[in-house]
Design a binder for this molecule. Structure first.
Ligand code: HEM
Length: 392
């Protein structure tokens, strides 16, 4: 273990208070150094933009094969899946998903996404109060991932609960971990029975995963893990980002006016939402060799927290990072990660968000919001409830 000058911190990344309001803790860690020993978790933290970006691009040094969480239980359960693998196995899995999530492949979905967005916004724009999480974001997003996979209608409503539990279970072992593991096992049952091969619709991503089994590219266990990863990653993340958009535009009416004045800013405005309110806060990697940064050496075999959300507010990278500014165009934000594990579903998330923001632009003059409630989740940040009223 290196010198006495080693930057270390007793701050708790996973305490409930931190999960509810993480950004002050992230700022303290960034101040502590580019590499900080987390005394409570036998792990290192990379809180600044430059090191997060470097680590994510260097998958040979920063391996995902031992899992991207902070506890053995879920890391073992997810091992060998697309999130928790290195090349060459990762490349085999990734190619199966990526083809169906390219902008070209998603083009046919565009009109449906727009129609659903308009239908939901029309319904909510009658001046009565609704919850922007359950009545807007959750009413909108899950069906697209489920349809894309080709899932049967039965059992769809449980998927959201499984997804959030998996993200939570990636944190260090704690009082919520047994529940997360139980839900992960229920998700496994769901994918193996209710959403088994013969119940998936033709031409969907699920069917394509099973074709890869027939072609001998992957085995059945890998097919099931791939489906689970897809279900888990595709829903809560996008939902949190959409609810965050409503909150940010409600709190910054000048930014909403600017977007109404120039709707061509919708794509970059969504990137700014993702930068300032990153739904996935932190994953981990394990070093395969010693890695030196600013005089500190992380030894081979250590777990490292890769802090996406903190990097996105690093004052060394962004001017006035706490300011929500839709003209910023933060194209190199790290909300979707970067490198070989960069989010394979980001085109779908962008398609959904752009459709929803466009539908809102057409009807909403102002959002009036009440007291928000936040999720308590080890690797996700955002709203669990946002009372809202639309002023047309
Ligand atoms: C705002 C929405 C989203 C956010 C913030 C998000 C965030 C992320 C992040 C940070 C990673 C990188 C993980 C790593 O480096 O270890 C990732 C990977 C992934 N995402 Fe997303 N995601 C979103 C939406 C989606 C959607 C809609 C889907 C599916 C339709 C999806 C599927 C995946 C998959 C399968 C991976 C694993 C890729 C790999 O390991 O190669 N995500 N996502």
């Amino acid at each position: 273990m290196p010198s006495t000058t080693l930057p270390s911190s007793d701050l708790d990344l996973f305490a409930t208070d931190t999960l509810l309001d993480p950004y002050p803790v992230y700022a303290s860690l960034r101040d502590a150094g580019p590499v900080v020993r987390l005394n409570r978790y036998d792990a290192w933290a990379l809180p600044r933009y430059e090191q997060v970006s470097t680590a994510l691009r260097d998958h040979e040094t920063f391996s995902s094969a031992s899992g991207v969480g902070f506890t053995d239980g879920l890391n073992k359960l997810m091992a060998g899946g697309v999130l928790a693998s290195d090349p060459p196995h990762h490349s085999t899995l990734r190619v199966i998903l990526s083809r169906m999530l390219m902008p070209r492949s998603l083009r046919d979905l565009g009109p449906t996404v727009t129609a659903v967005a308009e239908e939901i916004v029309d319904r909510l724009a009658d001046g009565t109060e609704f919850d922007a999480v359950s009545d807007l974001a959750e009413a909108f997003t899950p069906r697209f991932v489920a349809d894309l996979i080709g899932l049967p209608e039965e059992g769809r409503s449980q998927i959201l609960e499984f997804g959030a539990a998996t993200f939570d279970g990636l944190g260090p072992f704690g009082e919520r971990t047994p529940d997360a593991l139980r839900k992960q096992k229920t998700l496994l049952d769901y994918v193996s029975t209710t959403a088994a091969r013969d119940r998936l619709s033709e031409g969907g991503l699920g069917a394509r995963v099973w074709e890869a089994v027939d072609a001998g590219d992957i085995d059945e266990a890998a097919a099931i893990t791939l489906m689970m990863a897809f279900l888990v990653t595709g829903m809560d993340t996008t939902i949190l980002s959409l609810a965050a958009a409503v909150r940010l535009f409600a709190e910054h009416p000048d930014q909403w006016d600017a977007l109404r004045a120039d709707p061509s800013l919708v794509p970059t405005a969504y990137l700014e939402v993702l930068r300032i309110a990153s739904p996935v806060t932190v994953f981990s990697r394990v070093t395969t060799r010693d890695w030196e940064c600013d005089g500190v050496t992380i030894p081979a075999g250590d777990r490292v927290a890769v802090m996406f959300a903190s990097a996105n507010r690093d004052e060394r990278k962004w001017g006035d990072p706490e300011r929500f500014d839709i003209t910023r165009n933060p194209a190199d934000h790290l909300t979707f990660g970067v490198g070989i594990h960069a989010c394979v579903g980001q085109n779908l998330a962008k398609l959904e968000a752009q459709a929803l923001l466009t539908a809102l632009l057409a009807r909403v003059r102002r959002f009036e919001i009440g007291e928000p409630k936040f999720v308590v989740n080890n690797t996700l940040y955002g709203l669990s409830r946002l009372p809202c009223r639309i002023v047309t």
